[in-house]
Design a protein. Structure first.
Length: 277
């Protein structure tokens, strides 16, 4: 079930007109009795009737088992303040929905398609849709851009789920026996592992990784970057000395939240999505 464009437009226009970057939740998917929402932030003065802003959607971490969209609220607030539309997405996880990583990726693809299909309602540019996330959420974002399958049944596949940029925080991008999460996907890992589905024409990508990450080693990040570049894709890797998994979250020691957002800002400015300040 989806809300009509008229109702959505009214909701978004009202919230965007009254506040600098008020959060607004909107339903994007109903499946197996569950409702999944997008937690949206809009820049000050945003007018969906005329604006066509760049947008980025984040997927939270939690090992495909738990987690909450609140993880990326600070990033959304920052980017909305900078003039983008920013979204933190709900998706199904094992603890609440008894699902596997395969359903997580399906939900990620559904979210990207919904955002693109409803670009005029949101007041965003359908050709400037970024995807991002942390850990398992970074996997969801990367898999949406790489894996060819895992589309929801009865979804309109004529609407592309390919993001136009990727912003990934210690992402899981290798699900092979040598990577992370293989026990959850087993012999189907090639269906869902971003590392094993790279291709020419991938969106420009920036990855943030802690040098002391025990789950995603720097060597994996370097391999992803190098393979992307061999295919002619833009790929950046920013490594933070001494930092562990999850270092980028707001409130963690070292203020790497601010450092990673500064790099995210630079990356988005280089794409022409933000104005340099």
């Amino acid at each position: 079930m989806q809300l009509s464009n008229a109702v959505l437009f009214a909701l978004f226009f009202t919230s965007a007109s009254l506040h600098a970057y008020e959060q607004k939740k909107v339903l994007y998917k109903k499946i197996d009795g569950h409702e999944l929402h997008l937690h949206c932030y809009f820049p000050e003065g945003h007018d969906p009737r005329t604006d066509r802003k760049p947008v980025i959607v984040f997927f939270f971490g939690g090992g495909w088992v738990g987690g909450t969209p609140k993880q990326f609220y600070p990033q959304c607030e920052y980017l909305a303040h900078r003039g983008m539309v920013a979204i933190s997405a709900e998706y199904r996880v094992k603890s609440r929905h008894k699902t596997t990583p395969f359903e997580c990726v399906k939900d990620g693809k559904s979210a990207l398609r919904w955002i693109r299909q409803n670009s005029t309602v949101l007041g965003i540019d359908p050709k400037r849709i970024g995807a991002g996330g942390g850990s398992a959420g970074g996997h969801v974002a990367a898999a949406v851009a790489t894996v060819p399958g895992l589309n929801e049944e009865n979804e309109n596949l004529s609407v592309s789920c390919m993001p136009n940029a990727l912003v990934l925080f210690n992402p899981v991008y290798d699900n092979s026996p040598d990577g992370f999460g293989h026990g959850k996907v087993k012999n189907r890992y090639q269906e869902i592992s971003p590392m094993h589905n790279l291709k020419k024409g991938m969106p420009p990508t920036i990855v943030f990784l802690g040098a002391n990450d025990k789950l995603i080693p720097v060597s994996t990040g370097e391999k992803f970057r190098d393979e992307m570049r061999k295919l002619g894709n833009r790929s950046e890797l920013v490594v933070y000395p001494g930092e562990p998994h999850g270092f980028f979250n707001q409130g963690r020691p070292g203020d790497c939240f601010s450092k990673t957002m500064e790099e995210t800002d630079r990356f988005l400015v280089s794409l022409g999505w933000l104005v340099d300040q």
